[in-house]
Design a protein around this ligand. Sequence first.
Ligand code: M6R
Length: 612
Amino acid sequence: MCGIVGYIGEKNGIPIVIEGLKRLEYRGYDSSGICYHKSGTLRIKKKKGKVSDLEALISKNSFGNIVMGHTRWATHGKPSDKNAHPHISMNKKISIVHNGIIENYDSIKEGLIQRGYKFKSETDTEVLVNLIEYVQIDLKVSLIEAVQQALTQVIGAYSIAVMSSNDSSNLVLAKKGSPLVIGVGQEEHYIASDPSPFLKYTKKAIYLDDDEVAEISKNKLSILTFDKKIKSPTINKLTMELEEIEKGGFETFMLKEIYEQPKSIVDTLRGRIIKKSQIIKLRGFNESVDTFKRAKRIVIVACGTSWIAGLVAEYIIEGLAKLPVEVEYASEFRYRNPIIYKNDIVIAFSQSGETADTISALKLAKENGALLYGICNVVGSSISRLVNVGTFTHAGPEIGVASTKAFTAQVSVSILIALAIAKLRKQISKNDFKEITDALLSIHEKMQYTLSNCNNKIKQIARKYKNSRNALYLGRGLSFPVALEGALKLKEISYIHAEGYPAAEMKHGPIALIDENMPTIIIATNKRNYEKIFSNAQEIKARNGKLIAIVSQGDNQISKIADHVIEVPKTNYYLSPLINTIPLQLFSYYIASFRGCNVDQPRNLAKSVTVE
Ligand code: M6R
């Protein structure tokens, strides 16, 4: 869960790599470093803190035309200068940047210590670089062979870039589990954990697959599988634009991404609803329609916000298509010997497509013969390549660590899948199909309205509650997962403790927390359980709790008793998460900003969690 960037060519790669590291800071931001060749030696600069702290260390005159860099999210060893990457081998012959975890590093380290190796850091990566050096010296082989041989001893996940002091023309790469992509330029190559660092220079990209090693120079590239077969690389044309990964006038990526939601929903739905013939056009679904016919259930695996999107999908698919759905935390699923049937469809939700737990859950499902369906936002990601079929959310790059537009895009794809299954299983009338698809095709207008009309009010409310220590989020039916998402957003960016609950569960415990200081955010837009949630609202007010209510326009019941009311446009029940999530995102955003938190890069978090 770190970011790797590299350059090899004629230009000065140092500013290119530094700029690239800034783009990848969302992957980890506790320390960073670079390595480049100078006069036959490997020069390393590294620093605890942000990439800007590293940048300040590097003299403007430094020059390197083979450079690699790293931005770290600590796993082994706390954030510090010495634990920062790149790491160099004891004899200063080889340096490495690494994203992932070497699980058996302890035993390898023990062996190396017995052979006289000494270590300066607490990292697993320093063990790997010394292992490569040892293998190279011992077997007298080339760097690429040493990397290959060393990796046969390693258990874990990694993407690595390796440089040698003896070779100022080549970089060696390897990948298993963590992403690595090569950008192909004119007489130059780039490497990165995702293409954003080199998008400005080239749109030609080669994604390394697991169990592959590569050697790149400025004008040559060779890829080998671990069993030494030569692979001819597939060059992909990137469709991402540079503006998509810049802030575009917004203070933060998160705010930009919240405001991009109407557009990302339009992009995600584009061409997928054929109104006239009432068809949902999803290639992944169509290609696996026979399995959908046979399936007795769907299992959804995901983590974090994507897991919450899975919960929304459960309500929608069961509600519309009457097909049972189970939603699992990917991390729990893989370790509890789940029962997976041959005809199961296992759907993974993942923005990044790189989440280690979700990947492992999918692999387990694959071993048991289930059909794997991916709902990912990143084309070329590990999950999108692992699954049998899938549907991309076209939310565009999400850079803020807190997921916003990816969530609503996942919800919109869930509605499409639910409609497609409902039609297949003949569970939906033409009228209902029309009502939902009509509403979906215009939902972006209501999302836009919500953004424009609620923003200032939410900002005022957020100012009032910025010093709260706790918050409770309540919702029923489809608003329950929305409540969970509201609570998660608040926790992760403002560090205020928050809980999401099904509203009726409040009286089974959380009601004890209610007092005059406790804000409760209640989502009460849905007609189908309005009276019940009104009772919950009264229970809160009877105990002097502070009540912030998200209600539909024209509400005149809960609005009368709530301390603060946020009115949102009415919409079809199944689409309500697309609207109701927005005020909660803005509320967390403004609270975090008023508290002075780094909204885009919250402490301890990283955008994609590529370790278990
Ligand atoms: O990339 P993924 O969607 O697989 O990531 C899953 C979670 O790590 C992610 O949703 C995380 O919970 C977000 N920071 C939430 O905002």
